[in-house]
Design a protein around this ligand. Structure first.
Ligand SMILES: C[S@@+](CC[C@H](N)C(=O)[O-])C[C@H]1O[C@@H](n2cnc3c(N)ncnc32)[C@H](O)[C@@H]1O
Length: 225
């Protein structure tokens, strides 16, 4: 890729700032670790009205479906989780700093556990990391590398016993920041997860291109492990 290719889709000053971001970007994992280590948060999607909308949807879902346990792939700094009402919870994340923040924030809460996630070294043949509901909130469009995306999706859908809820965009867009890659992730699920069906799509609180919605997948009875 040439410098010209990097800047072509972007006008003026924004083009330069985006170029700087693209040059500085190494990997999705190091991006997030660096971000948290600098004292930054999981992002505006986990705070304010957007965070509250996610919590409202998920808390109602957990209640309505008598979900007993939740596992989250990409739990972040724990702010979103502080609005959650789950009986039992496991959060995993690629960022050591994020896990340390959650460990501190939920110190003394026996219903919540946290683990550092390394997709390459995650081999769960004994199905230890499973829950009634597996969730992925505002993570999929941050999975830049193809192999990282594939592994993440496999682990996410393997870990859900009954449901998987994904809160993400589901479209392809060009000209985004280097740490954003919108994908048509439902195509991957259709091709790779025959035991799962898309039961419901609920519009998210945002509008415009790249908006995230709630995608609820249900495992078929025959596909239960
Ligand atoms: C925008 S934040 C969302 C955090 C949280 N889910 C929430 O809704 O508040 C994205 C999170 O995904 C994590 N992440 C990025 N790549 C990941 C991967 N391959 N596996 C697991 N987590 C990942 C980041 O470290 C970050 O904490």
């Amino acid at each position: 890729m040439t410098v010209k290719d990097l800047v072509r889709p972007l006008p003026g000053v924004r083009r330069l700032s985006m170029l700087r971001q693209r040059i500085a970007f190494c990997s999705s994992e190091s991006f997030w670790e660096r971000r948290y280590a600098q004292g930054l948060t999981s992002g505006h999607g986990s705070y304010g009205a957007l965070g509250e909308a996610k919590a409202t949807f998920l808390n109602a879902f957990v209640r309505e479906h008598s979900v007993r346990s939740v596992i989250e792939f990409g739990c972040g700094d724990g702010h979103q989780l502080s609005m959650a009402d789950y009986p039992r919870y496991v959060g995993v994340d690629v960022s050591r700093t994020a896990i340390a923040l959650c460990k501190r924030k939920f110190d003394g809460d026996p219903s919540k556990s946290f683990f550092l996630y390394d997709g390459v070294c995650f081999v769960d043949r004994g199905r230890l990391f499973t829950a009634d509901l597996a969730i992925s909130l505002d993570v999929i469009y941050h999975l830049i590398e193809e192999a990282v995306f594939e592994r993440y999706m496999e682990h996410l859908f393997n870990s859900g016993e009954r449901f998987v809820v994904v809160y993400s965009s589901n479209t392809v867009m060009r000209g985004t920041a280097p740490y954003v890659r919108h994908r048509h992730f439902t195509t991957w699920v259709d091709a790779n997860c025959p035991q799962w069906s898309l039961a419901q799509v609920t519009g998210g609180p945002n509008t415009g291109p790249g908006r995230a919605d709630f995608f609820v997948y249900e495992r078929s009875e025959s596909g239960r492990k």
